[in-house]
Design a protein around this ligand. Structure first.
Ligand SMILES: NC(=O)c1ccc[n+]([C@@H]2O[C@H](COP(=O)([O-])OP(=O)(O)OC[C@H]3O[C@@H](n4cnc5c(N)ncnc54)[C@H](OP(=O)(O)O)[C@@H]3O)[C@@H](O)[C@H]2O)c1
Length: 318
C-alpha cells in the first residue's frame, strides 16, 4: 500500500477531528482541514503541518481543489438536530447523505485512494430516529465508493474525552440544578474514548484489511444513561438526585428544549435512545483493548472533586 501522508479531514474542526489532527500530525501527516468558520478551527493552528481553510464543501470546484493531492479523506461531519422529515429531515439529509455522496464523487475524480467515514452505532434504515436513518443512508453512499476508493466505516457509541459534549453537558447541568429530571434514563450506552477512535482511523490507513470493512467503536463497559449521569455527579463533586422521566414526559421536555437555540435535546434524540447504543460484536477492530471511561473521565471532570484535586496536585508536584 502507498503510505498515507496527505490527509483531508472533513469536519476536522470538531471534537473527534481535534484528537485525530493531534494523532496524525504526530505521525508526520500533512493535514488539510476545511471549516465553514475559520474561528472555529483556531485551536488547530498551532499544530505542525495543518492547513486550515475556510471552505464551502457543497461547492464542487472548492471540493475538487481540497481533494487535489490527497492520499486519504476522513469524513467527520455530523449534526444532531434537523428539521423533521421522512425518512429523515433536510438538515440530516444534507450533512449525512448528500455530503458523503459528493465526497465520494470528488475523491474518485481526484484519484484519492482511501476514505474513512465516521457513522454511528445504531445507524439503520429502520432505526427509531431520523439521525440514525440518515446515518445509514450516508453509509450506503460511502460503500458505493468501491472499487475506485477503498472505504472504511466506523460506528462509534457515544464518544468521551476532554472537550466532549456528552459528559461535559451533564457536568454543567449537575452544577446548575439541584435535581435532574432525565429522559432515556434507562437507555444503554457503551462509551468509547476519543483517543481510541483517532487511533483506529490512523491504523486503518496502514492496514489493507481495513478496506471495505465496517467496525463498531465502543468501550469495554455498558452503562445506563442514569449510571453515567450519577458517575459524572460523583466525579464533579455535584451528586444530585436523578429523576427518570417516562417517555411521554421526556418527549414533552425535549419538545420544549427544541424551541431554544442550539437545543440540548430533541424529540429525535429521545427516539434514538429506544434502541440500546451498544456493540453486539467486538467493541473495536483488530482485537484492540478499549480504554475504560474510569481511566480518562476523572482527568477532565474530576477537578472539583477533592480527591481528584489532590491527585492532580500530586501529579504536578515538581
Ligand atoms: N461525539 C459523539 O459522541 C459521537 C457519537 C457517535 C457518532 N459521532 C459521529 O462522529 C463524527 C464526529 O463527531 P464530533 O463529535 O467530532 O462532531 P462535532 O464536534 O460536532 O464536529 C463536526 C464538524 O462537522 C462540521 N459540520 C457540521 N455540520 C456541517 C455542515 N452542515 N456542513 C459542513 N460541515 C459541517 C463542523 O465543522 P465547522 O463548523 O468548522 O464547519 C464540525 O466541526 C460525526 O459524524 C458524528 O455524527 C459522534
Amino acid at each position: 500500500m502507498t503510505p498515507i501522508r496527505n490527509v483531508l479531514i472533513i469536519g476536522g474542526s470538531g471534537f473527534v477531528g481535534t484528537a485525530l489532527a493531534e494523532r496524525l500530525t504526530a505521525d508526520g501527516c500533512r493535514l488539510v482541514i476545511p471549516t465553514r468558520h475559520r474561528e472555529r478551527a483556531r485551536h488547530l493552528l498551532p499544530l505542525p503541518m495543518v492547513d486550515v481553510r475556510e471552505a464551502d464543501l457543497f461547492d464542487p470546484p472548492t471540493l475538487a481543489t481540497l481533494m487535489t493531492g490527497m492520499d486519504a479523506v476522513v469524513n467527520l461531519v455530523g449534526v444532531l438536530h434537523s428539521r423533521s422529515g421522512s425518512p429523515f429531515g433536510p438538515d440530516f439529509a444534507r450533512a449525512h447523505v448528500e455530503l458523503p455522496k459528493r465526497l465520494v464523487a470528488a475523491a474518485r475524480q481526484a484519484g484519492v485512494q482511501r476514505i474513512v467515514h465516521v457513522s454511528a452505532l445504531g445507524a439503520s434504515a429502520d432505526a427509531p430516529s431520523e439521525y440514525q436513518r440518515s446515518k445509514a443512508a450516508g453509509e450506503a453512499e460511502i460503500r458505493a465508493a468501491a472499487p475506485d476508493v477503498a472505504w472504511t466505516i466506523l460506528r462509534p457509541s457515544v464518544i468521551f474525552g476532554p472537550g466532549d459534549s456528552f459528559l461535559n453537558l451533564f457536568a454543567g447541568l449537575l452544577r446548575r440544578f439541584p435535581v435532574l429530571p432525565l429522559g432515556g434514563a434507562g437507555a444503554r450506552f457503551q462509551p468509547v474514548y476519543v483517543g481510541d477512535v483517532a487511533d483506529v482511523i490512523a491504523e486503518a490507513f496502514l492496514r489493507s484489511d481495513a478496506a471495505g470493512q465496517t467496525f463498531d467503536m465502543a468501550g469495554p463497559t455498558r452503562y445506563s444513561l442514569q449510571e453515567l449521569v450519577e458517575y459524572v455527579g460523583d466525579l464533579t463533586g455535584c451528586p444530585r438526585p436523578v429523576i427518570p422521566l417516562p417517555e411521554g414526559l421526556a418527549m414533552l421536555q425535549a419538545g420544549l428544549l427544541e424551541m431554544l437555540p442550539g437545543p440540548l435535546m430533541s424529540r429525535d434524540n429521545v427516539r434514538s435512545m429506544r434502541a440500546p447504543n451498544v456493540s453486539d460484536g467486538p467493541p473495536q477492530p483488530w482485537g484492540r483493548v478499549p480504554t475504560p471511561l474510569e481511566v480518562i473521565a476523572p482527568m477532565y471532570l474530576g477537578k472539583s472533586n477533592k480527591r481528584c484535586r489532590y491527585t492532580a496536585f500530586q501529579l504536578h508536584r515538581p
